[in-house]
Design a protein around this ligand. Structure first.
Ligand code: ZN
Ligand code: ZN
Length: 366
């Protein structure tokens, strides 16, 4: 049997000078935030909400409560020893702790940390160790890449379908809801986030909430959406024209598209995430729109639509083979229009493989 995810984590745990790592949501175990459940799902296969895993060089334990015993038996990998807590998860997990134990300080409330501190036995030392599972989640394996590629393909199909049906005269929200439904019909579990449909001046708000505004002719329409397949997300943005554009809008579109291509050309394992960001930011700054590109170049995508690494000016991370990241420069002119072009790519040693397939030529739709 090859190296499991738990093996990789155990090596990292030992590397941090820890004996064990507690994985799961300690804010409200049993009612977890998605981020912490993603860690548990990635590590053990468990898709339920009430679970804790304990991993170290010589331990693979999984604790759930009676509601999830059967589900855990079905889903949790055979390398884990399963326990059902009689009542709450934390006291049951505490029984299994020895030595220096890392806990996820990003997902632990102060109150639960106190409970944990009170419950631990002699000789157990708690250490803040958030982000370890997230670090390993960056390197996607083949099955994960396939799921993400399929989720990206579904979004491509929804773009095609949306534009074929026509957008002028329809409301942003109506277009969003139809896209969600179409995505599910095509086999997605869900949209990976509520699709952003932003017409005209609404496009200048990077995280616009789709409204009742109707799409007019002769303006820009920005649609940012993604699907979930086998638990894995996709994320893509296209900006299209609904007729004739002003010279300025057409120029900004070409600027963003060409900056996006520059960034794609810069992406490769070993490149600093901040240098990839600069590859798109420099031409936008040179055109005088630097102030109008107010977010980072992109972010990792996997079980979460936003995960490590971050691609921005301040990022300290280096791109690695197996990262799946977005490349999404944008220029936003307040109250007027916005352009963003976003692809999802898999980072390789030679460069990157683009998973988003819908054209980036400026498309005119009715
Ligand atoms: Zn997006
Ligand atoms: Zn994105």
């Amino acid at each position: 049997m090859g190296e499991t995810r738990a093996d990789r984590l155990a090596a990292l745990v030992a590397d941090q000078g820890l004996d064990l790592l507690l994985v799961g949501d300690l804010v409200r175990p049993g009612d977890s935030g998605r981020d912490a459940t993603s860690n548990l799902r990635w590590l053990t296969g468990f898709g339920g909400t009430s679970g804790l895993a304990i991993v170290g060089p010589s331990r693979r334990s999984f604790v759930t409560d009676f509601r999830y015993t059967e589900r855990a038996a079905r889903e949790v990998g055979g390398d884990f020893e399963r326990t059902t807590a009689e009542r709450e998860l934390v006291p049951a997990a505490v029984e299994l702790l020895r030595g220096r134990v890392g806990y996820d300080d990003v997902h632990t409330s102060v109150r639960n940390l106190r409970q944990l501190e009170e419950a631990i036995g002699e000789g157990v030392e708690l250490k803040a160790a958030g982000g370890l599972v997230e670090r390993l989640r960056r390197r996607k394996d083949e099955a994960e890449l396939n799921a993400i590629a399929e989720a990206a393909r579904l979004a491509d199909q929804v773009y095609e379908w949306t534009f074929e049906r026509g957008v002028v005269g329809r409301g942003e929200r109506e277009i969003m809801l139809a896209a969600h439904q179409r995505m599910r019909e095509l086999g997605a579990e869900d949209p990976s986030f509520p699709a952003i449909v932003a017409a005209g001046e609404n496009g200048s708000v990077p995280h616009h909430e789709s409204s009742e505004r109707e799409v007019h002719g002769n303006e820009l329409l920005l649609i940012d959406m993604g699907a979930i397949v086998d638990g894995y997300c996709s994320d893509c943005t296209r900006t299209v024209a609904t007729g004739e554009l002003s010279d300025e809008a057409a120029e900004v579109y070409e600027l963003v598209r060409s900056a996006q291509l520059d960034a794609l050309g810069a992406i490769r394992a070993g490149v600093a995430a901040r240098d990839a960001d600069a590859a798109a930011r420099e031409p936008i700054e040179a055109a005088g729109h630097g102030e109008r590109f107010g977010h980072g170049l992109g972010h990792g995508v996997g079980l979460e639509v936003h995960e490590a690494p971050r691609l921005s000016r301040r990022s300290e991370e280096t791109l690695e083979a197996g990262d799946v990241v977005t490349v999404e420069p944008g220029v936003y002119l307040p109250g007027r229009f916005g352009v963003r072009v976003e692809d999802l790519v898999a980072v390789t040693d030679e460069g990157c493989r683009t998973l988003s397939g819908f054209t980036k030529e400026l498309v005119v739709v009715d």
